[in-house]
Design a binder for this molecule. Structure first.
Ligand code: SAM
Length: 227
């Protein structure tokens, strides 16, 4: 098995990496509320691109699960995730391959990772190999070419990301997962939280951009593995 090429942190600025979890928490909460069954106490879970591990901690606190693994290529972020996990049944590991974990998961999740992957079909094959038949992969994606703010975001994120960024459309992602043997469905995130407004923000020049992004541009895919 080849070793993944790793990075120290995903964001070139470690302080911004530390701040990312708090900014994403309302979105993770929404993902859980709209996509996770009420009782997952017997389920095993994968978080692909877990960074400092906040999604799985939040998921376990809201819907306790049997066990979970989070993988990421960012060494310092994975180390921090391990420190922060407390007594929760979670294992955070350095890696870029779900299949290489050698587990069969009931659910997989990713939040804003697919646009950092050059080959969506290869990712779909990797997730398929790691999911049980009928298992579901829920992937949140606001960074795609059909988002109205993407041209602006692409250059902003490129300044902070320590790895390349890719232009994937919602069609391209849907086709890749369909072709690799998944039933594909999608819904808007339709965030139900008050989000902080920064007037003149580089990411959201207008407040209306922010409202549209969290309502419709940012989507949740659900990919269910066919037998
Ligand atoms: C925008 S961050 C999102 C992190 C986290 N999911 C969250 O919601 O805060 C993208 C993460 O994906 C990770 N990542 C990028 N490419 C990866 C790969 N090939 N395998 C695993 N993780 C990867 C990065 O290191 C980074 O932690």
């Amino acid at each position: 098995m080849s070793r993944p090429s790793t990075i120290a942190t995903w964001n070139r600025n470690p302080a911004e990496e530390d701040a990312m979890g708090a900014a994403h928490a309302p979105i993770w909460r929404r993902m859980v509320d709209v996509s996770v069954p009420h009782d997952i106490r017997q389920a095993t879970i994968l978080d692909y691109g877990c960074n400092q591990g906040g999604f799985l901690r939040l998921l376990h606190d809201r819907r306790p699960f049997k066990s979970a693994i989070g993988i990421d290529i960012a060494r310092e972020s994975v180390a921090r995730a391990e420190l922060l996990k407390g007594q929760r049944p979670i294992d955070y590991r350095l890696g870029d391959s779900a299949a290489a974990l050698g587990h069969s998961f009931d659910f997989a999740f990713s939040h804003e990772v697919i646009y950092l992957l050059p080959d969506v079909s290869a990712h779909a094959r990797d997730i398929r190999a790691a999911l049980s038949a009928g298992g579901a992969y829920v992937a949140a994606m606001g960074c795609h070419t059909d988002s109205a703010v993407w041209p602006r975001w692409r250059s902003l994120i490129a300044e902070s990301s320590s790895i390349p960024i890719y232009d994937h459309s919602l069609e391209e992602v849907s086709k890749a997962f369909t072709d690799e043997g998944f039933a594909v469905s999608a819904r808007p995130l339709a965030l139900d939280a008050f989000m902080p407004v920064t007037v003149g923000s580089a990411y959201f020049p207008k407040v209306a951009d922010q409202l549209r992004y969290y309502t419709t541009d940012k989507v949740l895919f659900r990919f269910v593995r066919k037998p």
